[in-house]
Design a protein around this ligand. Structure first.
Ligand code: SF4
Length: 99
C-alpha cells in the first residue's frame, strides 16, 4: 500500500553517483610542483666561483669538487627571486630558472 520497495536503494545509488569525489587523483601539491619554476644547473659550465651560493645558499651549494649542486630544484614564488639572483650572479651563466 504505497510502499515501494527498492526506493531507498535507488536513492542510495543516485547519491553514490552524485557524491563529490574526494581523496582521489593527483594531489594538489603534486600538480603544483610540476608547475613551479625550476632551477637548472649546467655543471659542465660551472667554474666554482660560488657567487650563486652567496646569493641563494638555501637553493644551491658546491659539492666536494667545487661544482654547483641544486639543493631544491622546484622553487615557489617566494624563492624564485632568489633563484634568479643566483642565476644572474653566475659569471659563466651556468644557472638558469625555467618558468
Ligand atoms: S656562480 Fe656559476 S660558476 Fe660559480 S658556483 Fe655558481 S654556478 Fe658555478
Amino acid at each position: 500500500m504505497g510502499i515501494r520497495r527498492g526506493t531507498a536503494t535507488e536513492i542510495h545509488k543516485h547519491h553514490a553517483l552524485s557524491r563529490p569525489v574526494t581523496g582521489r587523483g593527483p594531489s594538489m601539491s603534486f600538480r603544483k610542483d610540476q608547475e613551479m619554476p625550476q632551477i637548472r644547473a649546467d655543471r659542465e659550465r660551472c667554474e666554482g666561483y660560488g657567487n650563486c651560493v652567496m646569493a641563494a645558499p638555501e637553493l644551491v651549494d658546491l659539492d666536494d669538487d667545487g661544482v654547483v649542486v641544486v639543493m631544491r630544484e622546484r622553487v615557489d614564488e617566494v624563492d624564485v627571486g632568489k633563484a634568479e639572483s643566483a642565476a644572474r650572479a653566475c659569471p659563466v651563466n651556468a644557472l638558469r630558472v625555467d618558468r
